[in-house]
Design a protein around this ligand. Structure first.
Ligand SMILES: Cc1ncc(COP(=O)(O)O)c(C=O)c1O
Length: 429
């Protein structure tokens, strides 16, 4: 039987549901424990960077290229070599980079925190803006939303399209002076793997904002994280912004969490001259210097972007079969039924799965009862609430290919069962 599930006769639908239920019970009897909840690198990916962990002082020496003893205080904004490296990754000169600690999320939190208490570029602290709002690109990254929630922002949701945010809606929303900013993942977005088109980048740089201190946190978490030789290309936002005099609008961040060690690598921010000067002033109060030993180790192995790209190809070798396994199973199980749509990203860490409206939580429960943990449904929306209850983020990086295959089959069967229930209850979409 093929064709849209909603066109099935009642008998055919009952048979379809019975078969899916039998398969589901068989999977359940296996007593599985599989996890596709978070975009963590697998142990094999982490092994790729073990030489970094085992480096000795004899190999790296103790001094940076310009002679700083990395065991001592000093160099608060990053070694020259690591600033150059991130400059290449992020498309700016090293003077526009500050290398920080082990987490880009921490930089983002810190930036918003600074804006809340001290304001940006002479503007009043965001704390004084009682009805402050953030743009939430949906579906989006839960930890971005949580930072904004933590600082008491309301959200204006703007949907993602295949080109990035819906720019007509975004341009209208940012006219409100209480809308202070937005987070975004412009390349291989979390969760749907979209790369912003050149036109989207241009409109983001060109748009008029009601708030003079409107900021875009440009999260380049997956900027070198390609799965294939043929990659998505992201326009250089700082070059584009220069044409419009809006370079100060963009605060770019990146880290090596998914290049070397997750949560134990390096992070960096890149931004305009004016923003760099302002952030340095604050940072000089905040810290005497980040971990230069870790910077030295990273600089030893990764001298330039080519070295990073070689490492990312090794990651891709491990990740690609997992992504392709999920794609193959979803294709085989769900194509043509009209009950689900999913992304086919060329990079990043996630596949975004949209199921029948009102069914995502039920799919999550079915999977959980079968031993498959998914990212909590709703996490891709602010406050953890997906108004249509339809988006599920799949994270195939951590489990083995065999585990991923099983997990994807169970997800597909759960999607079918949920779709049958929705049809029986008269829901559509
Ligand atoms: C889009 C995005 N940004 C940031 C992070 C966190 O990065 P870090 O380890 O540098 O804090 C993640 C982690 O999954 C992510 O998906």
């Amino acid at each position: 039987m093929s064709g849209l599930l909603r066109d099935y006769s009642p008998e055919a639908l009952a048979r379809f549901e019975r078969e899916a239920a039998e398969r589901y019970e068989a999977y359940k009897a296996k007593g599985l424990a599989l996890n596709m909840a978070r975009g963590k690198p697998s142990p094999e990916q982490l092994d790729l960077s073990d030489p970094l962990f085992n480096l000795t002082r004899n190999e790296t020496g103790v001094k940076s290229s310009d002679g700083w003893d990395c065991r001592n205080y000093g160099v608060p904004f990053g070694l020259e070599e690591t600033r150059s490296l991130f400059g290449e990754i992020m498309g700016v000169g090293k003077e526009n980079v500050i290398v920080c600690g082990c987490s880009s999320l921490n930089i983002m939190y810190d930036y918003v925190s600074q804006a809340m208490t001290h304001g940006i570029a002479g503007g009043e602290p965001w704390l004084f803006c009682r009805d402050r709002k953030m743009i939430a690109l949906v579906p989006g990254y839960d930890r971005h939303f949580k930072v904004a929630e933590h600082f008491g922002f309301d959200f204006v949701c703007v949907p993602m399209t295949a080109e990035g945010p819906d720019m007509d809606q975004l341009e209208a929303a940012v006219k409100d002076p209480a809308v202070k900013g937005m987070f975004c993942v412009p390349k291989y977005s979390n969760p749907d793997g979209v790369t912003f088109s050149a036109e989207t980048v241009r409109r983001l740089a060109a748009m008029e904002t009601g708030a003079k201190d409107f900021r875009v946190i440009w999260d380049m978490a997956y900027t070198v994280h390609d799965l294939y030789d043929e990659t998505d290309e992201l326009a250089n936002v700082f070059e584009v912004a220069k044409e419009y005099g809006t370079e100060d609008r963009f605060i770019a961040v990146a880290s090596t969490s998914k290049i070397t060690f997750a949560g134990a690598g390096l992070s960096a921010l890149a931004t305009s001259d004016a923003n760099i000067a302002e952030i340095k002033k604050r940072m000089a109060v905040q810290i005497i210097g980040h971990d230069k030993i870790n910077q030295l180790k990273h600089a030893y192995f990764y001298r330039n972007l080519d070295d990073i790209k070689a490492q990312m190809r090794r990651h891709a070798e491990l990740l690609r079969p997992k992504f392709e396994t999920v794609q193959k199973i979803l294709d085989e199980e769900l194509t043509g039924l009209g009950v689900a749509q999913w992304s086919k990203p060329k990079g990043g860490y996630f596949i975004s799965l949209d199921v029948t409206t009102g069914s995502a939580k039920y799919v999550e429960t079915l999977c959980k009862d079968c031993g498959v943990v998914l990212t909590p449904v709703g996490a891709t929306w602010p406050l953890g609430k997906d108004p249509e209850d339809k988006n599920i983020r799949l994270a195939p990086s951590y489990p083995s290919v065999e585990e991923i295959a099983l997990a994807a089959e169970i997800v597909a069967v759960a999607v079918k069962l949920a779709a049958c229930r929705a049809l029986r209850e008269g829901q559509t979409g």
